[in-house]
Ligand binder design. Structure first.
Ligand code: ATP
Ligand code: MG
Length: 365
């Protein structure tokens, strides 16, 4: 990854511009964490970049970043800039391209995110990034109050980085969170959900959630159930527990999965729940209530059937055995038998199922 990135820097430099890897990749490689994408900062404008890289994609919005994929690595190339007068505590209303790297770094969120790497693979540390990295402390580049007022999303980014990197927050950040957390109300639910999702997906999620609770962000973020969370399943399990589908945007699939997880968590180990909600939703529900994945997988495996298709009888069998025309009874009877087989009340065997039908006089209409 690094080699590809350094070649890219060289290519930009060969055209007479400056270019550096910045932010996440540099920070994470010093911490020996793997990253998926690479951010590059340069004084070349998007148009100039597109001349150097014909495959690059020009930003859709003014002053956006150029994106480029090389060897399946995603690059985001952003031109050195200064940002002015933020609007709605998120977006700068005015951006100006500049020539100086340090000035570009000064508009960024955290000191550890200002570390750069040049085309020789050397670390460029203009604002004390290494020291902050060694101390494992997150500090804002600008005074924290000002920084969060400009862009309130930085509050959640601070908690996200502290969680993922296992860093602590500077006192200044902590105090600024208390004072500026109300501004989170002005941000879109999508952006907040993205950050929360990253926190909830971290192996260090407990720390992230305790930060959210300590600063009272559960209230501002409309997550009243957060303080009741005892166990930490995958992110979708946490969202399902929080029950905030009305407040945050989810896809139809996510909504269905969260519903199944909630249903499953009411009776995780019951045969019918395992069958109806499936192994994945059941094991997430298990994690939510503190039942081991192994126990759930074993119980799931031992179910007599795992889908209607495995039932030893079908509609045709029923009609033939009872010499009846098709009708709503077919579906009704099959559903009844399916449930009885899952519960272990009758063997999944054709003869047994037919006599079970008679015994229970289920064939009505
Ligand atoms: P990761 O990619 O792991 O999420 P990152 O630090 O690379 O972490 P990105 O969102 O990719 O974060 O942004 C790249 C860089 O751009 C950051 O390191 C930071 O320097 C700057 N940056 C990103 N978002 C903001 C913001 N909201 N305010 C100020 N600077 C930001
Ligand atoms: Mg990044």
């Amino acid at each position: 990854m690094k080699e590809t990135a350094l070649k890219l820097l060289e290519k930009i430099e060969n055209e007479g511009y400056k270019a550096y890897i910045v932010g996440g990749f540099v920070r994470d490689s010093l911490l020996k964490i793997t990253t998926n994408d690479i951010d590059i900062t340069t004084n070349a404008t998007p148009q100039q970049l597109c001349k150097i890289f014909p495959d690059a994609i020009l930003p859709s919005k003014e002053y956006g970043s150029v994106t480029l994929s090389v060897n399946q690595i995603h690059f985001e190339i952003t031109t050195f800039r200064k940002e002015f007068s933020y609007e709605g505590n998120r977006r700068p209303t005015k951006v100006m391209y500049i020539q100086d790297l340090k000035e570009d770094l000064l508009r960024r969120d955290f000191i550890v995110n200002t570390l750069c790497m040049n085309s020789h693979g050397e670390i460029i540390d203009l604002l004390g990034g290494k020291k902050a990295l060694e101390a494992k402390i997150l500090e804002t580049v600008k005074p924290s109050l000002e920084s969060f007022e400009e862009d309130a999303l930085r509050i959640l980014r601070a908690i996200r980085f502290a969680t993922l990197l296992d860093f602590s927050l500077s006192q200044e950040i902590e105090q600024a969170i208390y004072r500026k957390k109300g501004l989170l109300k002005n941000l879109s639910q999508e952006r907040k959900k993205e950050e929360l999702d990253k926190i909830f997906s971290s192996s260090n999620v407990q720390k992230g959630i305790s930060y959210l609770l300590i600063y009272g962000l559960d209230e501002v973020l409309q997550l009243p159930k957060l303080k009741k969370l005892k166990h930490f399943p995958p992110s979708i399990g946490i969202w399902s527990f929080l029950e905030v589908e009305k407040q945050y945007p989810f896809s139809k699939n996510e909504e269905a999965l969260m519903k199944s997880i909630r249903k499953a968590s009411k009776a995780v180990l019951s045969e019918l729940s395992l069958y109806e909600n499936g192994l994945y939703a059941s094991s997430v529900a298990g994690e939510l209530v503190g039942i081991s994945k192994k126990e759930i997988a074993q119980k799931y495996e031992s179910l007599p059937i795992h889908s209607r298709r495995e039932l030893a009888i079908n509609g045709k069998d029923l009609m033939k055995a009872f010499k009846k025309e098709p009708g709503p009874y077919v579906h009704k009877t099959l559903s009844f038998l399916e449930e009885e087989v899952v519960k272990g009340h009758v063997a999944n065997q054709k003869e047994a199922l037919l006599s079970y039908c008679l015994e229970h006089q289920f064939m009505i209409g």
